[in-house]
Design a protein around this ligand. Structure first.
Ligand SMILES: C[S@@+](CC[C@H](N)C(=O)[O-])C[C@H]1O[C@@H](n2cnc3c(N)ncnc32)[C@H](O)[C@@H]1O
Length: 471
């Protein structure tokens, strides 16, 4: 591959070589000192893998171009890679690059059931399962749209025998996910490319972003993201990516990843009361009736979550009261009861989400410390994804609990003392004989039967309040 790259004008290969390193596996070794910012490697336009290059291919270009509906960028690249891989002659340079791709990947897509189970409750768990299903459908659609149209270019034994084909297709997708680089062009469009040899450079969060695409020449360069001594591994920065995404796309995790997050999906059914009015309010607050908000370690409870819920939980009397004023950003609380309701709902929701994790945070930490999951293995990586998401959610819950305490004391709705004429939380009957839940001492019931009937709904918030008050 190196001689092909040099003959095509690649610059920098004499000062670099491929080598095996602990943790990252194969990577690029520097053979001399480099100062931060210095150019290490340039791969010229002609030998990059892009959609344009695939479209320009004399054999397969027109097939890819004419697919209807058009193929996605990743399907175009994956199909082109599969096509090159299947050639027995010609395309020597590209074939030498394909021959250097890993033969298997450690993306969560390839995890055994019990390995994936370790991160049950995470977004990775759900997405991986969905992806596994959708890849089979996508492959069938690809066969119909492209592969079966030209058996001469896509031979049956390598492409269209269902099980074999799906395995090849998954491999090609993982190749694109783990090796492609994305850039925004000066005209605002974006480009996804795979650059031979530059795609051998591993990720480190300790280097500055240092791979650049020159739109005028169409070449890809890697600069030194820090100072290197001869013999050091050269790195690039793949991006601020949480472990869930790293594991799905690249097949590795960074323990204690500061980019870990939890994608909170907020949605409201269109049959909900006042849905259209609420939809307008969400739009004026820059939100949508269904939105995904990323909770992060740095900002575990973004304002948009509360903005969304303030609007979602407006009732008839709120609408009457706010009709005369603009509720544009929902930045300020709407009224005391709405605020308390929003925050109680949030605390409860976070408790339920946390309850949904297959293995709780403390248990995972204990298992990792005891070496239950072999370091660097699939289950170990899945455990780190779960840890990251649970840590973010716990911070979010704590933030919501603190806000709830403040809102309750402001509104006079302080837990622990029964307001006059309070109602049973289950049957909502007024009663002078109400008793409080013995554990959280916050929620009133008219009797044991109602307390038992309400337990399923109550248990999450009960646990949260009780753990906060130490009972
Ligand atoms: C762009 S390729 C880099 C070259 C790759 N190591 C190879 O041998 O082809 C990306 C893949 O390298 C590995 N990798 C990159 N950075 C890593 C890191 N910091 N820790 C562990 N594996 C890493 C992952 O397998 C990832 O999918």
């Amino acid at each position: 591959m190196e001689s092909w790259l040099k003959s095509c004008g690649a610059v920098g290969l004499d000062d670099l070589e491929l080598a095996d390193f602990p943790v990252t596996g194969r990577g690029v070794k520097t053979l001399r000192r480099f100062t931060k910012g210095e150019r290490i490697l340039t791969i010229p336009s002609g030998i990059l893998w892009t959609v344009e290059h695939a479209y320009a291919d004399p054999l397969v270009g027109s097939v890819l171009r004419s697919a209807r509906p058009p193929l996605s960028v990743e399907d175009t690249l994956a199909t082109y890679i599969l096509f090159i891989r299947s050639r027995e002659s010609g395309y020597d340079g590209l074939r030498s690059h394909v021959a250097a791709f890993p033969t298997s990947y450690s993306s969560s897509l390839f995890f055994a059931e019990d390995e994936l189970e370790v991160c049950a409750g995470t977004s990775l768990y759900t997405i991986t399962k969905e992806l596994d299903r959708s890849i089979k459908d996508d492959y069938r659609a690809l066969v119909m749209r492209v592969l079966a149209q030209r058996r001469d270019l896509f031979p049956l034994d390598k492409f269209t025998i269902e099980d074999v084909g799906v395995i090849y297709y998954k491999w090609a997708l993982c190749t694109v996910w783990s090796r492609a680089m994305d850039f925004v062009l000066p005209d605002g469009n974006s480009i996804r490319l795979v650059a031979p040899f530059a795609d051998m450079v591993n990720h480190s969060s300790e280097v500055e972003p240092c791979h650049v695409y020159d739109a005028s020449s169409g070449s890809l360069s890697v600069l030194a993201g820090k100072d290197y001594e001869a013999g050091d591994q050269a790195f690039i920065y793949y991006g601020s990516i949480p472990n869930s995404r790293l594991l799905r796309l690249y097949g590795f995790v960074v323990p204690g990843n500061s980019n870990d997050n939890y994608d909170l999906v907020l949605s409201t059914h269109p049959s909900a009361p006042f849905f259209e009015l609420k939809q307008k309010l969400w739009a004026s607050a820059g939100l949508d009736s269904t939105c995904t908000i990323s909770l992060t370690l740095a900002d575990p409870l973004p304002k948009n979550v509360i903005r969304y819920l303030r609007i979602q939980r407006l009732d008839e009397s709120d609408f009457a009261a706010i009709a005369h004023r603009q509720l544009a950003a929902a930045d300020e609380k709407i009224n005391d009861s709405n605020e308390v309701e929003v925050l109680r709902f949030l605390v409860e929701s976070f408790c339920q989400l946390l309850d949904g994790f297959g293995t709780q945070l403390e248990k995972l930490e204990e298992q990792l410390a005891e070496g239950v999951y072999p370091s660097g293995g699939n289950a170990w990586a899945a455990a780190h994804v779960s840890l990251g998401e649970q840590r973010v959610l716990r911070l979010a819950r704590k933030r919501a609990e603190d806000l709830l305490s403040a809102a309750e004391s402001e509104s006079g709705d302080v837990r622990g003392s029964l307001p006059a004429m309070a109602r049973c939380a289950n049957c909502e009957k007024d009663s002078a004989q109400l008793m409080l839940c013995g554990r959280c001492k916050a929620i009133p019931y008219c009797g044991r039967a109602c307390q038992v009937a309400h337990y399923k709904e109550h248990k999450a918030i009960c646990r949260a309040i009780a753990s906060k008050s130490g009972s």
